[in-house]
Each structure stands twice: as structure tokens, then as C-alpha cells.
Design a protein around this ligand. Structure first.
Ligand code: SF4
Ligand code: SF4
Length: 297
């Protein structure tokens, strides 16, 4: 049994998948559960799927420890000072500013603004100032065994996923043995932000043509940013063997296979994936963790 810290500092693992519905959350929650309860490692799970964080739904013995409001600086235009010259419009690469001189209209659209500050540099009339605006909440929960769950939750209407993920990741604790980042699905900027500084990325896929297609896209992205990775096949037993053949041909590490279970969907719907885990599945998770820890111990 592994009971000591596996890494100098915290070992950072990111869990990602090219598409939703592959079981990424399930894998993240189970790894967190087994690492903290069976291996006695101080583990923090950080839910970076800020548009729809749901790791907490499956972890029942946690209490709220802290809540922070994440903000971004949004420019505001003072109409008394504005000369409607439109320099700020030309500087803004995100089309976040509308200035209509004939009707003396000047406004920033907060949902498009990326807080780059270029418009402040552009405006020579001192008409622009920045004001903090909420983009979401970051909550941390703890249990009695030293486990921490942190989630970022984007404010409805905000498009600042990547910025909130960055802020949420800053809540990683230095005294943890292992930190797990649960990434949003896909291969876009929020996923890159989540996995970029991980020591190792675990890709979750399913053995179907859709699973393989999205897996290839995610692998392309990880190779681009030069992140080490391995693959877990979830729902093993359905579909075909093409994912296995692809991994073998590409010499990509297969960390383990979580067997498909008919009763899993109802347990998932009831938020009860940890208590009703099958023996086969538990054995697989323990084997996966042993493999991971062998790399970093
Ligand atoms: S801060 Fe940047 S993104 Fe936002 S309005 Fe100004 S120039 Fe545009
Ligand atoms: S650059 Fe300044 S003065 Fe010109 S339109 Fe923008 S806010 Fe108004």
C-alpha cells in the first residue's frame, strides 16, 4: 500500500476527455476517493469544469470551508469625458466596445471583454476606468480525513471560463500530496489552461468510434503543448477494439479499463457512484493508482 507522499511538492494530475459523457467526472471522483481514503494521501480535487461543476454531487461527507468571489476588471467609459474618437474600438481585439459618435454612445460589453487593458492605453482623454466585476465563485470543501474539494462556478452570463479556471487553480494547496484537476470536456482554451501545468494528464475515453475520434483530437492538443499522458478506457466491454489498436500502434500507455456496468447509470443518477462500486471496478482503480504512483514515488 502507498501511504507516503509520492512526489516532491504536490503531484498534479489532470483528468481530461475530448467529449462529455465518457466518464471523466467518475474517474476524477474515484481517483480522489481511493487516493485519500485507501492510500491516506492528502488529496485535493479541483473541479475546473466551471460551467457545470458536478464533482461535489458525488462526494457527500464534505463541509464548506471557504467561498471567494472571483472578479475581472471591466473598463467603464465616462460619457462626460469621452470624445467618441473610437480609438478604443480599434485597439480592442475582442470587439467588446461599441462607440457610435452621432448619438454620443460609448459602452463596453462585459461578456466580450477579456480585461487586456488595451483600451485604457488607447484612450487619451482619460475616459476609461476599470472596475471589478464578478465572474464566478470559488468554493472549497473539506472532510475529516484532510481531503479538499475546490470548485469554480461561473456566474450565469459570464464567458470568462479560462480566467475563472486560472483563479480556481490558484486555490491549490501547497501541503497536498496529490492535486487532481478535473478539466472541462473538449480541447479548447479552458482545457489547455487546466492541463498545462499538470505533471501528468489522464485521458478518459470510451471504446466507440466517437470516443476514438475525440481521443485523437485531445492527444493532438497534448502533443502540441508537450504534456505527458496516458489513457483510461471507461465503459470497457461496449463498442469495438479500435481504441485499443490505436493506443498500441501509437505506443500510448493504457493505464486501465473500467468495466461497463448496467447498474452504473442509476447509481450515477442517484449520486452514489462511490458506495456502490463493484469489486472489478475497485480493483481497476487501485491498479491504475499503483501504476501512477510507481512513476512518481
Ligand atoms: S480591456 Fe481589452 S478586451 Fe476589454 S474592452 Fe478593453 S481592449 Fe477590449
Ligand atoms: S478612446 Fe476614450 S475618448 Fe475615444 S471613444 Fe474610446 S473612451 Fe471615448
Amino acid at each position: 500500500m502507498i501511504t507516503k507522499a509520492p512526489h516532491k511538492g504536490s503531484l498534479k494530475l489532470a483528468i481530461a476527455s475530448g467529449k462529455g459523457g465518457t466518464g471523466k467526472t467518475t474517474v476524477a471522483v474515484n481517483l480522489f476517493h481511493f487516493l485519500s481514503k485507501n492510500y491516506s494521501l492528502k488529496t485535493q480535487l479541483i473541479d475546473c469544469d466551471v460551467e457545470e461543476p458536478n464533482d461535489l454531487l458525488f462526494i457527500h461527507d464534505f463541509e464548506l470551508e471557504s467561498e471567494d468571489i472571483a472578479t475581472q476588471l471591466i473598463p467603464v467609459i465616462d460619457n462626460d469625458k469621452c470624445t467618441y474618437c473610437r480609438k478604443c474600438v480599434n485597439y480592442c481585439e475582442f470587439n467588446a466596445i461599441v462607440v457610435i459618435p452621432p448619438v454620443s454612445f460609448a459602452e463596453v460589453n462585459p461578456s466580450l471583454c477579456h480585461s487586456c487593458g488595451a483600451c485604457l492605453v488607447a484612450c487619451e482623454d482619460g475616459a476609461i476606468s476599470e472596475h471589478p466585476t464578478e465572474i464566478g465563485r470559488i468554493r472549497s470543501y473539506k472532510n475529516g480525513q484532510g481531503g479538499i474539494l475546490t470548485e469554480g462556478r461561473l456566474k450565469i452570463g459570464s464567458a470568462m471560463q479560462t480566467m475563472l479556471i486560472k483563479d480556481t487553480k490558484q486555490h491549490a494547496r501547497e501541503d497536498m500530496d496529490v492535486i487532481i484537476f478535473d478539466a472541462p470536456p473538449g480541447t479548447s482554451c479552458p482545457v489547455v489552461e487546466t492541463v498545462a501545468d499538470a505533471d501528468y494528464v489522464i485521458l478518459v475515453t470510451e471504446p466507440t468510434p466517437f470516443g476514438l475520434y475525440d481521443l485523437k483530437l485531445t492527444i493532438e492538443m497534448l502533443r502540441e503543448i508537450q504534456q505527458p499522458f496516458g489513457v483510461i478506457i471507461n465503459k470497457a466491454g461496449i463498442g469495438d477494439q479500435k481504441v485499443h489498436a490505436f493506443l498500441a500502434k501509437q505506443k500510448i500507455e493504457l493505464l486501465g479499463e473500467i468495466p461497463y456496468s448496467k447498474t452504473y447509470a442509476s447509481n450515477y443518477a442517484a449520486g452514489d457512484i462511490l458506495n456502490k462500486i463493484s469489486f472489478d471496478t475497485e480493483t481497476q482503480y487501485k491498479a491504475i493508482i499503483s501504476k501512477l504512483m510507481a512513476r512518481y514515488t
